[in-house]
Ligand binder design. Structure first.
Ligand code: TRP
Length: 382
């Protein structure tokens, strides 16, 4: 079997720089590498309902935002099937059978879910659906026979859960499901991009995100307001670059060409800093102000975001066509998932329509019962 790639996002907000480094750029790279047979991206709207049951409108509104973000980043629906989870009901059916293969204790140990429960204040009000979403994610992955799952490290527990379900299923019912492998982004410093305030993660509710759809002015305002080294008060002070969000962003987005373009002295042709190491060294030594670094970061981000923003602007004029892409993708996805569901049900043994042995054995069972009753009746008469 060849390579089948699957990833997904919950549509609960627009996508931001964290998504771009954490997953989107890698997806586009994979898509354009051609080193795969099928590639799927799921907009996990059903999963998003597990903690938004009272706010379905939010989920619905964000489906188009996420789709626009995908397409503007370069996801090409000709190479990659984008689909809506809720349009593929076979996924729920698979989830139902997988639920029997996972213990409650195992779900309770999932570190990502544990964190999310605290974060959402679900300690005493945990919806069963939320607790079991890792199982439904196993359905998302296995329904497509996906073996390559490009994700951020927060999703590793979901992939591990999926692998366990696959192994248990195959042991109980015979070799049926494909065991997936998580693929983390190459650039290890930025598996997860911190927020503009230096907090561990970009998060909509904290308001520390730079969105792909932000205007040039918004990006600039957010960059200029970013946290840096809190002890770097005067330009001449030595500064710390490690854990400094401005430098983390630079390591995620800056390329040597940015240094050549931005730091080249137009008269002497000399390049002030040739690469990030040189810039960092100066900051650590002292004598390099935050403002100068932030202006450079803004230049780097603009270079990254301007083409994405321009494509998004065009796509926003074609909303019905974007929905159409999702519907066509969902039909294609459904076809594949329904084949897997049939295979799964047959493996479990819930395949009545094709189970001639079962029907015959029931026929024989009743024929035998009737024959015995008949003989008994005759013996009694005598
Ligand atoms: N849980 C993922 C997230 O919150 C979204 C997701 C749903 C997903 N199904 C998936 C990711 C399957 C990878 C594979 O981002």
């Amino acid at each position: 079997m060849g390579n089948i790639i699957l990833t997904g996002d919950r549509p609960t907000g627009r996508l931001h720089l964290g998504h771009l480094v954490g997953s989107l750029s890698q997806r586009v790279q994979l898509q354009n590498s051609g080193m795969y047979d099928e590639m799927y991206i799921e907009i996990a709207d059903s999963q998003a309902t597990t903690d938004n049951s009272g706010n379905i409108q939010k989920v619905k509104d964000n489906v188009i935002e996420v789709a626009l973000d995908y397409l503007s980043c370069g996801i090409d629906p000709k190479k990659c099937t984008i689909f809506l989870q809720s349009e593929v009901p076979e996924l729920s059916d698979l989830t139902f059978y997988y639920m029997n293969l996972v213990t409650v204790a195992r779900l309770q140990r999932n570190p990502t879910v544990k964190q999310e429960i605290v974060y959402r204040g679900f300690q005493n009000t945990l919806p069963v659906g939320f607790m079991t979403y890792p199982i439904s994610q196993a359905a998302d992955i296995t329904a497509f026979d996906a073996n390559i799952i490009p994700v951020g490290d927060d999703q590793l527990p979901m992939i591990e859960q999926t692998r366990e379900i696959v192994r248990t299923f195959n042991r109980l019912y015979g070799d049926t499901l494909v065991e997936p492998q998580a693929v983390l982004p190459q650039n290890t410093v930025c598996h997860r991009l911190p927020g503009t305030d230096g907090q561990a993660k970009m998060s909509k509710s904290i308001g520390n995100c730079i969105y792909l759809a932000d205007s040039k002015e918004e990006v600039k305002r957010k960059v200029m307001g970013m946290f840096t080294d809190p002890n770097h008060l005067r330009v001449q002070d030595p500064g710390v670059t490690e854990g400094n969000p401005v430098f983390i962003y630079l390591s995620a987005f800056s390329k040597d060409k940015h240094f050549e373009e931005y730091f080249k002295n137009s008269e002497t042709g000399e390049i002030e800093y040739k690469n990030l190491d040189e810039l960092k060294a100066h900051y650590e030594r002292g004598g390099l102000g935050d403002m100068k670094v932030k202006k450079f970061l803004n230049y780097v981000l603009e270079d990254t975001l301007a083409p994405i923003r321009a494509r998004r602007h065009e796509l926003e004029k074609h909303i019905p066509e974007v929905y159409q892409i999702l519907f066509e993708g969902s039909e294609k996805a459904r076809l594949k998932a329904s084949k897997t569901l049939s295979r799964v049900k047959a493996a479990i043994g819930l395949d009545y329509r094709n189970d001639y042995d079962l029907i015959n054995s029931q026929v024989e069972k009743y024929a035998k019962l009737h024959a015995e009753a008949e003989t008994e009746k005759k013996t009694k008469k005598r």
